[in-house]
Design a protein. Structure first.
Length: 281
């Protein structure tokens, strides 16, 4: 009875987190559309998100539907099945699509937005983010090369295709660690969170918390906490997201509360005519 109830709670938390995290993507592109501008936001965030969520989708799909990967996972985790759920895959698929849309908004001509100056902070992809993209691709390619070259028969202790899937999932983990920093620094330089939607952050925090709770419940139901360590990306995705969400919340409500300082861009006087509601956002 208790197990059935916990399973129900796990499923409920999973789909609630799916909707919280999925809805968290919409306030920013809607705000950009209302303002006809991406000023105050950085292209680094959606750009790196596209790669990160593609990696997250591929790894979740493999753990859910690949017999070979599931068998190799069981060999390494006491015969258990991966703690990846369908709602994880659904979230990743949705995130890929909406991240591509947000990324496209930085092409002003495509959306009819006012153009940003080339020197405007966040208007161009930074070298650091490009380095992470290249490094991630090289890292995954290296693991694939090792697996193909060694062809170890013992998937439990040797190199196996599950290591490739883990490498792909670690791409998402690394990106989660770094993707928020450009926006944190942009807010700091502007002494304002103007142009950066706080609604998405509140939803993101709720989604991260529920995601971790679902992972904990699923591992408890398996009677083995290796279900958590076997799904490090979901664990860290929730924790790291909440950590940066707290930073954004402090910036918005404490450090820069009520600060309507304009984003520094002499070529973009857009905010002069903004409504009070838009300025607060």
């Amino acid at each position: 009875m208790a197990a059935s109830f916990l399973h129900f709670i796990s499923v409920s938390f999973g789909w609630i987190y799916f909707f919280c995290w999925s809805f968290s993507f919409y306030p920013q592109p809607i705000l950009n559309f209302r303002r006809s501008s991406t000023t105050g936001t950085t292209i680094d965030f959606p750009a790196i998100n596209v790669l990160g969520f593609i990696a997250y989708f591929v790894s979740n799909a493999a753990f859910l539907y690949s017999p070979q990967i599931r068998t190799q996972y069981a060999l390494r985790h006491h015969g258990l099945a991966p703690t990846v759920q369908f709602n994880d895959l659904a979230f990743a698929a949705h995130a890929v699509g909406i991240s591509i849309i947000i990324f496209s908004q930085f092409w002003a001509e495509l959306w009819g937005f006012e153009k940003r100056g080339r020197r405007d902070p966040g208007a161009r992809i930074s070298k650091a983010i490009l380095g992470i993209v290249v490094g991630s691709l090289v890292g995954v390619g290296t693991v694939v090369f090792i697996v193909v070259l060694r062809q170890d028969e013992d998937a439990k202790t040797g190199w196996a295709w599950i290591d490739v899937i883990y490498a792909i999932s670690y791409v998402k983990l690394i990106i989660t660690f770094v993707k928020y920093m450009p926006q944190v620094l942009t807010n700091y330089r502007n002494h304002s969170t103007q142009g950066w939607s706080i609604v998405q952050i509140l939803l993101d925090f709720a989604g991260g918390l529920l995601s971790i709770l679902q992972l904990g419940i699923d591992s408890y139901l398996q009677g083995d906490w290796s279900g958590i360590t076997g799904n490090p990306v979901k664990l860290m995705l929730g924790n790291v997201s909440m950590f940066f969400d707290i930073i954004f919340i402090v910036q918005h409500y404490c450090l820069y509360n009520g600060n309507q300082r304009k984003v520094h861009n002499e070529e973009d006087p857009l905010l002069d005519g903004a409504t009070r509601e838009e300025r607060i956002e």
